[in-house]
Design a protein around this ligand. Structure first.
Ligand code: GLN
Length: 484
């Protein structure tokens, strides 16, 4: 059952081969059996899941069902879920029960999907290895001594081990794509403004974007059909007609121009990962795609400026956690200032504190022009680089991450080296572009991801290439041996 695609699962439900309650129990059982090894869930909401599944079964029996009605999913634990804990991986929100649903959650509910639970993540989505969570490190199902990537590490581990057929994630600098690459699943971050941020706990608002993580491009497209759409409660939501992300999956890719970023195939890229990509490029070439080299001359600046802009925004966003309205409050505060200070000191972990301090510094009156303003100017140059590139090619291809999954603990004391694991993904967030990671092979039994970047609102085209590639290859169908 857990190897079926969403379309197959949906067909099984409609043909009454199994009910949504049975399907939901099946995945809850898998979580119970396997998640001790992975730590991919923070909350498993069995009771509400079974109630939602029973409601979905009713809907299926009246033929008022949508394609994903009755299908289980998991949400990253930063999407607010009414009545169910939403922790954002932090002690600060360990006691927080959201009083409303995020738009993404509400849309999945309206489609009749069944929420299995909330997945583990780096604290406030800050990290590349899922080692900063208050709820402990998530393990990579391909080798439990390695990290799953971050910050959507719980989500990707749960999908890779088939504890859920599909899940949501968020991506501020790579948090859907880098972990998808490290765990061998398919993850897409849409164009900024496509998925509502209402009820999505903020890290860096000009970069954060929700997206979908599943086994295949087709599965991801199906969930995007549900998740996306204009929302007046998010001021950055794009007002466009809803699109069907599955519509172009089978288009011919003959003659499609794909750009290879010169700056991403350099000494920073692991040689064996490079080899895997070269094979994938040849396969796409045989399918008719035309490759040409392109340059993104400012791409080397993307990591440093991301860590100015994102940290500036996070220092401002996280100022709302003060022990007053919600979240952790210290015991017996002496006065208001003492409560602010101790609640924040106790509630936030080390990485979050590091970022708040740096972010406050770059926004301070004396340094704003030198850091934040400069970074915004470079952000514009990075966007211009992409604009120029998309005059030459339809899509851009490269590695998702410079290496395969690294050992747990290997980078936790070296923030710069950790930050560099997003070197290929971050510029897409700075430019607001859609991008995805697609499983492309293995190096020493660990998955490698292929990164596809599209022009604004051109998700359909990257999904098309990913789908064609997945018809030619089987990498997305592999299951880690201990979770078969
Ligand atoms: N790893 C990056 C960071 O730590 C990106 C995180 C994300 O996309 N949420 O900021």
């Amino acid at each position: 059952m857990h190897t079926k695609t969403l379309a197959e699962l949906s067909l099984g439900l409609r043909q009454r081969e199994y009910s949504s309650v049975e399907l939901t129990k099946y995945f809850l059982d898998r979580i119970a059996k396997y998640d001790d090894k992975l730590n991919s869930f923070i909350t498993v909401s069995s009771d509400t899941a079974l109630a939602e599944a029973a409601a979905a079964d009713k809907r299926l029996s009246t033929n008022e069902a949508d394609i994903l009605t009755g299908i289980p999913l998991a949400h990253k634990d930063l999407f607010c879920t009414n009545g169910i804990k939403t922790s954002c991986g932090s002690k600060m929100l360990d006691n927080f029960i959201a009083p409303y649903d995020a738009t993404v959650v509400a849309k999945c509910k309206a489609a009749g999907m069944v929420m299995l639970g909330k997945t583990n993540m780096d604290e406030f989505a800050m990290g590349s290895s899922n080692e900063t969570s208050f709820y402990g490190t998530v393990k990579n199902p391909w080798d439990i001594n390695t990290v799953p990537g971050g910050s959507s590490g719980g989500t990707v581990a749960a999908v890779a081990a088939s504890l859920t057929p599909i899940a949501t994630g968020t991506d501020t600098g790579g948090s859907i794509r880098q972990p998808s690459a490290l765990c061998g699943v398919t993850g897409l971050k849409p164009t900024y403004g496509t998925v509502s941020r209402y009820g999505m706990i903020a890290f860096a608002s000009s970069l954060d974007q929700g997206g979908a993580i599943g086994h295949s491009a087709e599965d991801v497209a199906l969930l995007l059909n549900v998740m996306t759409g204009f929302d007046k409660r998010d001021s950055t939501s794009i007002e466009i007609e809803p699109s069907d992300y599955t519509a172009n999956l089978n288009n011919d890719i003959k003659g499609l121009k794909i750009g290879l970023i010169k700056e991403h195939f350099n000494e920073g890229l692991d040689a064996k990962v490079n080899q895997v990509l070269n094979t994938a490029i040849k396969e796409l070439e045989q399918a008719g795609a035309i490759f040409q080299e392109i340059s993104l001359p400012h791409s080397h600046l993307s990591v440093p400026i991301y860590y100015i802009i994102a940290l500036g925004e996070c220092s401002s966003n996280l100022s709302r956690y003060d022990g007053v309205r919600f979240g952790h409050r210290c015991d017996e505060p002496q006065d208001l200032l003492d409560m602010y200070k101790r609640s924040r000191a106790e509630g936030f972990g080390a990485e979050v504190k590091r970022r708040i301090m740096l972010g406050t510094y770059v926004l301070s009156a004396g340094y704003y022009d030198a850091y934040y303003l400069k970074a915004q100017q470079i952000r514009r140059l990075i966007s211009e680089d992409f604009k120029t590139a998309f005059k030459q090619v339809d899509v851009i291809l490269g590695p998702t991450a410079p290496t395969t999954a690294f050992k747990i603990g290997a980078k936790i004391d070296d923030p710069i080296s950790m930050y560099l694991s997003d070197i290929y993904t971050i510029s897409c967030n700075l430019a607001g572009l859609p991008a995805m990671s697609v499983p492309a092979g293995f190096v020493d039994n660990l998955p490698v991801g292929l990164h596809l970047v599209g022009n604004h609102l051109d998700e359909a085209r990257i999904l098309n290439i990913a789908h064609k590639y997945q018809q030619l290859t089987n990498w997305h169908r592999k299951t880690p041996i201990d979770f078969c």
